[in-house]
Design a protein around this ligand. Structure first.
Ligand code: FES
Length: 116
C-alpha cells in the first residue's frame, strides 16, 4: 500500500455485508463496507442530502440505498443507481494489510465512463 494510505479501521470492526461509519476530526465521515469479503471505502454522507448512508441506509449486494429519499449508489465505483441522487458518491482506493483497512483519501476512484 502507498504512503498516502490512512488506516481506517480493522476489517473485524465491519459488520459482514454491511457498513461501518468512521468519523474523523478533520474531514467528513467515511463508510467502510464489507461485501463478499471485499472492502470498499466511500463517503458516508449521501450526495443528495445530509443523510448518513450507514445510519438508515440499506445495503443490498453492492448497492447502498439511502434511507432518507431512497436514492442509491454502487459502493464499488460510486455511480448513481437511483434518483433522486445525481452526483456520484466519492469512493476511495482501499486495501487490507494485516487485518486493517487502509484507504488512499487523496486519489479518488474514477467512475468508468466507457459503458452505457
Ligand atoms: Fe440520500 Fe436524499 S439524502 S437520497
Amino acid at each position: 500500500f502507498e504512503h498516502a494510505s490512512t488506516r481506517i479501521c480493522a476489517v473485524s470492526d465491519i459488520p459482514e455485508d454491511d457498513g461501518l461509519k468512521v468519523e474523523f476530526p478533520d474531514r467528513s465521515p467515511l463508510a467502510v463496507w464489507l461485501v463478499e469479503d471485499k472492502v470498499f471505502v466511500t463517503d458516508d454522507t449521501c450526495t443528495h442530502g445530509q443523510a448518513s448512508l450507514t445510519d438508515g441506509g440499506m445495503l443490498d449486494g453492492f448497492i447502498i440505498e439511502c434511507g432518507l429519499h431512497l436514492g442509491a449508489f454502487d459502493i464499488r465505483d460510486g455511480r448513481v443507481e437511483s434518483a433522486p441522487c445525481t452526483k456520484p458518491l466519492t469512493v476511495y482506493a482501499a486495501s487490507v494489510l494485516d487485518g486493517d483497512v487502509y484507504a488512499d483519501l487523496v486519489t479518488l476512484v474514477e467512475i468508468e465512463r466507457h459503458h452505457g
